[in-house]
Write a protein that binds this ligand. Structure first.
Ligand code: GFB
Length: 361
């Protein structure tokens, strides 16, 4: 199909902060923002970092997610298609201005291509900028303050057909008002084919529990900040945006093996004892982790409950996420935005979830 130019304009941005979980939080915010301004959202590739490589790599948005369900909510176009079908007329090279709240780095500029992943991201599409535009004090909370109107007054689409942001015009963690937009993020067919294959051919027949163990060295370091940052990263998902449900603890961020085993046994027991689950009890555990899956330890601990333990054969963050989304029950890490992705997906489907070490015993 040939894309018809949107006279109301476009929003382009670099998902330049964090890894997948962070980028997904931002994505939901940008989706809400684009809809509020009524501009077409350009779906950026996901930015990934490969071990030992100094430049990020860009993975097309639709490798992981379908675009059709997003269209049910708002007009979108992939970055690849935007660059070939729209940019030549609406965003020629001499009109490429980068937007940032205020100057970034040296001089009076957004320095939109300065550093990694900034440079590699735009280089993927051969984009260079001829100028910068500081949009402050405008911001992207379009759920309050008539913000969308202010944007369209200051940057009318006829004069500014493309707003290209140096970083995501969205907050982290995702604003409460945008949580439900998760329903429009539907895994691509290739991802779901792997998930279905795993559930059908690797897991034993029956219900399974999925857990996320975030325990790599970067996480150990991040959790050291918990005493000073009781609302670290995705913690609002269980503690509330203003800590109204308490403060993050070390056990929530980095649960001990003892906590994990104890909580798992209790969750499985409760699940299996529920009247409506008696005919289809949990018979296996799926573990997703960035580091230590604890397979032997968990296998031993759950032997008496006749629950066997599995992980995916490869380190594949997206397949892990999508499997967790399909589990009958999920236990995740409240502080991790990777866990938050699963929690939101399950919430919009009405599936149950819990968090390590929460509520505090
Ligand atoms: O997704 P993410 O932003 O979540 O970053 P957090 C964590 C990354 O670690 C994921 C890998 O994108 C994956 O690449 N990872 C984590 C996993 N858990 C799993 C898993 O269960 N399976 C697989 N296969 N991979 C924050 C960062 O991570 O950690 C912050 O976003 C910061 O920017 C902080 O770096 C220390 O919110 O957990």
């Amino acid at each position: 199909f040939c894309h018809e130019i949107d006279p109301l304009g476009y929003i382009v941005y670099c998902p330049c902060m964090g890894r997948f979980g962070n980028q997904a939080d931002h994505f939901l915010g940008v989706l809400g923002f684009a809809r509020a301004l009524n501009r077409t959202l350009v779906l950026p590739p996901w930015v990934e970092y490969r071990y030992g490589e100094s430049r990020s790599i860009q993975v097309p948005f639709d490798n992981y997610f379908q675009t059709a369900p997003l269209l049910d909510y708002h007009k979108v176009i992939t970055m690849e298609k935007f660059m070939t079908d729209v940019a030549p007329s609406e965003w020629p090279s001499e009109k490429r201005i980068s937007f940032c709240y205020m100057s970034r780095g040296d001089g009076d500029s957004c320095n939109a291509k300065e550093g990694n992943p900034f440079g590699p991201f735009w280089d993927t599409f051969n984009v260079d900028f001829v100028g910068s535009e500081f949009y402050g004090p405008l911001h992207y909370d379009t759920h309050h303050h008539d913000m969308a109107k202010s944007w369209n007054q200051q940057y009318p689409p006829a004069i500014w057909p493309v707003l290209a942001f140096t970083g995501a015009p969205a907050s982290f963690p995702v604003q409460h008002e945008n949580l439900g937009l998760q329903r429009y993020l539907v895994w691509s067919e290739p991802i779901m084919a792997k998930v279905d294959e795993f559930i059908k051919n690797v897991l034993p027949k029956g219900a399974f529990i999925g857990i996320h163990l975030r325990n790599g060295i970067d996480w150990v370091r991040a959790c050291e900040h918990i005493p000073q940052s009781p609302n670290l990263f995705a913690a609002p998902q269980c503690l509330g945006y203003r800590n109204e449900k308490g403060k993050a603890t070390m056990e929530m961020c980095f649960p001990s093996h003892e906590t994990i085993v104890r909580q798992l046994k209790r969750v499985i027991k409760n699940y299996n004892n529920a009247e409506n689950h008696k005919k289809n009890p949990i018979v296996s555990l799926f573990v997703a982790s960035d580091n230590n899956h604890m397979i032997d330890e968990l296998t031993n601990a759950l032997k008496r409950m006749n629950v066997s333990v599995f992980k995916y054969k490869r380190n594949d963050p997206h397949v892990d996420l999508a499997i967790l989304g399909q589990s009958n029950f999920f236990v995740g890490n409240c502080v991790s935005s990777y866990s938050a992705f699963v929690k939101r997906e399950r919430d919009v489907k009405g599936y149950p979830s819990a968090f390590w070490g929460y509520p505090i015993e």
